[in-house]
Design a protein around this ligand. Structure first.
Ligand SMILES: Nc1ncnc2c1ncn2[C@@H]1O[C@H](COP(=O)(O)OP(=O)(O)O)[C@@H](O)[C@H]1O
Ligand SMILES: [Mg+2]
Length: 358
């Protein structure tokens, strides 16, 4: 098992910078995810790791070994593609055995390894089925078995769940995570789905326009986003624009609308955001941190009329209009009466829940 290092890796296609100066160290045994919208450079980065693309600049290392110039078949990576790329006319067994036959392993050894891979993905007994006789979820597991059968040192997964329906996607999430923990294999996972990334990953690299936006654990990128892009792409948030009007004893006051000043903590500013009086900045407030105001709340109390009231069972979501801004608040359902559209709601935004994103 080895880690993967990308050293200032870029990939240029004509005049498009598909991937721009990505620098990251993925640890041995880590479940590491590339997350970002379509076209942000996830697949291109993964393909460079697999050896299908040669970087325009930078180096790629597996452990201490420089693999930048190695062809894919010399890298010992297992890859699962978005569309599975299985051979439809071949049996499950033949599909999984393919990589071993190419490596010219003896027949009994191939059989043993394929059986083991099938059992790993809970498909024992399916060897003789044809691919077109399988459900989408089963095909996905065959693709996984095919990637694992060569005993790769690194597993690469490119949006492996995107062709599955919502329920199956959730089940398969846990299945992949279970396998990764069982095998302890360094895994690089590509997705545009932030919930998927958050629930599966040890660490996440958020990308946009070929550029790394933030690298961190799921709670770091959710709770301490480095910029507006990360704050809005990961989860739901209220992103408000404002001007800093005062800084005093570790607290910053920010005017978000005429006569509406909120107080946040200076320590909750992203490193890229140097707070000073007069500066314009955006703040991010997660809906679940907002509370209903109590009579003794001193500041950060905002009143507004409900414009959306949503009851999901587990939660009650309200959107109110406050000083020209919309504020989304989420309360855990505790069986109280659900307030309706048009009613006034007084909300408290806790000081520590305001995050300055610059
Ligand atoms: N073979 C290629 N030729 C030209 N442009 C490409 C090629 N592959 C990817 N790109 C461009 O590089 C950018 C990143 O693409 P990609 O890595 O596929 O994004 P993602 O997987 O995040 O959706 C996009 O702008 C895409 O159009
Ligand atoms: Mg892609």
């Amino acid at each position: 098992m080895s880690g993967v290092t990308l050293e200032h890796v870029s990939k240029v296609f004509g005049n498009v910078r598909g991937v721009d100066d990505v620098h990251v160290e993925i640890k041995p045994g880590e479940f590491f995810t590339f997350l970002g919208p379509s076209g942000c450079g996830k697949t291109t980065t993964l393909r460079m790791i697999a050896g299908f693309y040669y970087p325009s600049a930078g180096r790629i290392l597996f452990g201490d070994r420089d693999v930048t110039a190695l062809p894919p078949n010399k890298r010992n990576t297992g890859m699962v593609f978005q569309n599975y790329a299985l051979f439809p006319h071949m049996s499950v067994f033949e599909n999984i055995a393919f990589g071993l036959q190419v490596r010219k392993l003896p027949r009994p050894q191939i059989k043993e390894k394929v059986e083991r891979a099938l059992s790993l993905v809970h498909l024992s007994g399916y060897g003789n089925r044809r691919i077109d006789q399988l459900s989408g979820g089963q095909q996905q597991r065959v693709a996984l078995a095919r990637a694992l059968v060569i005993e790769p040192q690194i597993l690469l997964l490119d949006e492996p769940l995107s062709n599955l329906d919502a329920k199956l996607r959730e089940e398969t999430r846990f299945e992949i995570k279970r396998l990764q923990l069982e095998l302890g294999i360094t895994t690089i996972y590509v997705t545009h789905d932030q919930a998927e990334a958050m629930s599966m990953s040890d660490r996440i690299m958020v990308m946009n326009g070929g550029v790394v936006q933030q690298i961190g654990t799921p709670d770091e990128i959710y709770n301490r986003p480095l910029n507006r892009f990360v704050a809005t792409f990961i989860g739901e948030t209220n992103l408000w624009e404002g001007t800093v009007v005062g800084i005093d004893s570790g607290e910053a006051r920010i005017e978000v609308a005429p006569e509406l000043v909120l107080t946040g903590r200076v320590q909750n500013a992203s490193p890229a955001c140097q707070l000073k009086v007069g500066q314009k900045t955006a703040i991010s407030i997660r809906p679940e941190f907002i509370r209903e105001a109590k009579p003794d709340d001193q500041h950060n109390v905002v009143k507004g009329n409900i414009i959306v009231s949503e009851f999901t069972g587990a939660s009650v979501n309200y959107v109110t209009e406050v000083g020209g801004n919309r504020l989304r608040a989420m309360f855990v359902n505790q069986g109280h009466r659900v307030r309706q559209r048009g009613e006034e709601l007084a909300l408290h935004i806790p000081t520590e829940s305001i995050y300055f994103v610059g």
